[in-house]
Ligand binder design. Structure first.
Ligand code: PBG
Length: 326
């Protein structure tokens, strides 16, 4: 394979030949758009650190879905901002909560859209942690019961897939059992399996109003230094019944995505999180990066690393770029 016999530039000569040898593809069918549902009516409350995104009340979610569907985006991931928060996040399983009502509203008008819901307590607790606090830390096993109730209420409202993001041990088995007991044995679980304790969630916590009021999430989310542990997390979630496993964040953890895809060969999702989105937005606004190219290169790199699907705040903009490219 030595130069001058072998010349790699031969296959880079023009767009046609480059496309012919392209190894990875990115399609709108790979994308999942996160949406923030708030209580009330007629509300569009822009999220400052996430340009183009807003908390939307259920009626406005319905309107937003028109564009989402017209762009061909097949799936959304819902987060809720409830009216009341308390120490045990008691509104998480409210059948009339923002997420539950948004699910029904979306499925009513667009039954073909796949509605995925984030299952976690941090949006519903007054202290912002992902479960019940005991002795200054999140108590694992009592939190499991609440997660099961929350997941069940989403599925009863019509959710197609539930996605637990709390990082409690044993939650996938607990939720699987709860769903099966009620006859929802057909509803898949997308597990946030390797979820790191990351600085890149900053803008999301503004969006979901879920910043922990004390301490941090290091006693339940993963240490960014660990890769072997991510494999154990995923192995356990698969054993417990996860149908899709997720790595989060995406770009600083491409190595983890690749290892998990190679090791397990399972449907693998990557979450291109809020901070990854906002960094590109900020740099593009300053004129330091070409927005669309940086966005598409990031998404392609996540696919190349091995993700089958990407949860991304860029979903609509990426869909528009792909549409133009034809
Ligand atoms: C809930 C949850 C978080 C994100 C998704 N689900 C925040 C967190 O763990 O603090 C972050 C998503 C993002 O940054 O885009 N636990």
């Amino acid at each position: 394979m030595n130069f001058p016999i072998y010349r790699l530039r031969r296959l880079r000569k023009n767009p046609t030949i480059r496309e012919m040898v392209r190894e990875t593809d990115l399609n709108v069918s790979d994308l999942i758009l996160p949406l923030f549902v708030t209580h009330g009516k007629g509300i569009t409350k822009p999220i400052k650190s996430m340009p183009g995104h807003a908390q939307l009340s259920v009626d406005n979610i319905r309107k937003e879905m028109k564009e989402v569907v017209s762009l061909g985006i097949p799936s959304v991931l819902l987060f809720g901002i409830p009216e009341h928060k308390d120490a045990t996040g008691s509104s998480a399983n409210d059948p009339h909560g923002p997420v539950q009502e948004a699910i029904a509203a979306i499925k009513d008008k667009y039954p073909q859209v796949q509605v995925i819901t984030d299952v976690c307590m941090c949006e519903y607790t007054s202290h912002g942690h992902c479960g019940i606090i005991k002795d200054g830390d999140v108590d694992n096993d009592s939190t499991l019961e609440l997660l099961c109730e929350e997941a069940l209420s989403h599925v009863k409202a019509g959710a197609d897939i539930v996605a637990p993001s709390d990082m409690m041990d044993g939650r996938v088995a607990a939720i699987r059992g709860a769903l099966d007991d009620e006859g929802y044995d057909d509803t898949p679980i997308m597990s946030y399996a390797a979820k790191y304790s990351s600085a890149f969630y900053g803008p999301f916590r503004d969006a979901a109003e879920s910043t922990p009021q004390f301490g941090d999430r290091r006693s339940y989310q993963m240490d960014p230094a660990n890769a072997e542990e991510a494999l154990r997390e995923v192995a356990l979630d698969i054993e417990e019944g996860a149908d899709i496993v997720m790595v989060k964040p995406a770009l600083p953890y491409l190595d983890i995505i690749r290892r998990i895809k190679t090791e397990f060969g399972y449907p693998t999702a990557a979450y291109n999180v809020s901070g990854e989105f906002s960094m590109i937005k900020a740099a593009a606004a300053a004129g330091w990066l070409d927005h669309d190219r940086a966005m598409m290169e990031s998404l392609m790199s996540i696919r190349r690393a091995g993700a089958d699907m990407i949860i991304t705040y860029f979903a609509k903009e990426a869909a528009k770029v792909m549409r133009k490219a034809g």
